[in-house]
Design a protein around this ligand. Sequence first.
Ligand code: SIN
Length: 581
Amino acid sequence: MIRNSSMWRLLLLIIAIAGIAAFAFAAQVEKDTYMAGFHQANGVSCVDCHEKNFVMDDSETVVNKKCVECHGSMSDMAKVTAKDELNPHKSHLGEINCSTCHKGHEQSKAYCNNCHTFKMDIKFDSDKKAEFADSADVVVVGAGGAGYVAAISAADAGAKVILLDRMPITGGNSSLAAGGINAAETSVQKKQGIKDDKEAMVEETIKGGRYLNDVQLVKTMVYNSAAAIDWLISIGADMSDIVRSGGVDYDRTHRPVGGGAVGTHLISVYKANAIKKGIDVRVNSDVVKIIKNDKGAVVGVQVKGKHSGLYTIKAKAVVVAAGGFAASDELVAKYKPQFKNTPSSNQPGATGGGIKILEDAGAEMIDMGFIQIHPTMGGDTKVLISETVRGSGAILVNQEGKRFVNELTTRDKATAAILKQTGAKAYLIFGEEVRKANKQVNGYIHLNLVESASNLKDLAKKIDVPADVMADTVAKYNSYYTKKADPEFSRQDMPRPIKEAQYYAIMVKPGRHHTMGGARINTNSQVINLTADVIPGLFAAGEVTGGVQGGNRLGGNAITDTVVFGRIAGANAASYAASVK
Ligand code: SIN
């Protein structure tokens, strides 16, 4: 017992010493770079500036009270700096707050230099601050699907990896991906007797992309897709259910058993693997700059941590996998003004942060005006109703109760058709057969997006559609299902009829879903600059890149993109890092 308690005391002492050392180290790092660290190192503690339990008050009358208490007013400071060549404390326009120029946790910057270029030596201005606070072989920017895959692949190749995400949770848009992952000639398809053809997947992806894709990138994605499925299974994913997505003639969209949403499943598998492999995953960490040396090679990133402030990480290679910009009204207005007011299915962080840092680093941006509108967002919400609901048998009817399009055409065509209908909306109609094949429908029911009834007449009443017309539409569709031919809209795949109660309806409207444009990459996932050269040490994968999906992406090809190019980017970044001295 005595022995145990003295061991405990020893352990506590070690923890305390380690804590003090870590704090002292952090303070030292900031002392060299930022004002907060400097203050701390000189005996001014956090609470001396941050009143109210660390919550900073943005009220204009309160914000710099503490600075003034210690340093005096602007006119007091003007006397102190009177001998300087420029005396901004004197020449400022009116009474301004100290933190307008002097920042605690990020680089200080003279506010007037936003418009002017006064040569002013402002302390803690950070072009001098490039001391690296941290280091890794590979830094991955963005912890969505592509980022996690790149990080895991780089770690598997022996690299020390730091994975950063600007949001408070990881997962990105991938965590919302409802459908599945397309792959051709996979072990799972073979086991289930499903025929497929890689060349058909290449052709369908390019046709779906309106012949605007980078063909070599498409081939790389497709030829590596079967291996991607095996890799996912090898790290613990369930890819056992296969369905069809729009614009293709083959069942190749892989997803978890029972038609569960692919995204949440994959992200939880990735997270478990990242933990197992010791990857340092940081949230609230916005990468604001890719740092290059004078030869143009990437040497690190500058990160703005919500709690840790601005700091730099030295890295031999950087993979940017920070997603697209469908959630940014500003960028959508810039590249496709007509979609400015369309709602977005994307997570709130999909605002093009990765696009910006790649552009700043000299990457060539391509296809930026290609923004995909997904035909079926649920009602007036941001919830996407997966294409796989149509893929497993639902039909689309308009307010008049009639079908108006091949439900499994490409997204651009389905969207255009819905926008022509009364109220620019439509209803997904299906029976119990489809619900049973799609676990995710239970989620839509939970979110109150679904009307249901025990017969079609009552369902029609609930959605204000003429009951006799809808009954006729469904009867016709069921006869096409039996004959395996749709003379009205040439729908190829009709896997289930609409015969079994309950019957369901979901009101749908189109919404911004995917941005096809981004940084140009080559088949090694290396980022290409404006003179068509590789930027040494810089890799990218997923929606932040352009070229793979062309002018329109097929459903299920986004996750393929993230897994295939995430793996390529991660492995190549690790091997590049190993070659750097
Ligand atoms: C969907 O299931 O419709 C969305 C998935 C995707 O965009 O591929």
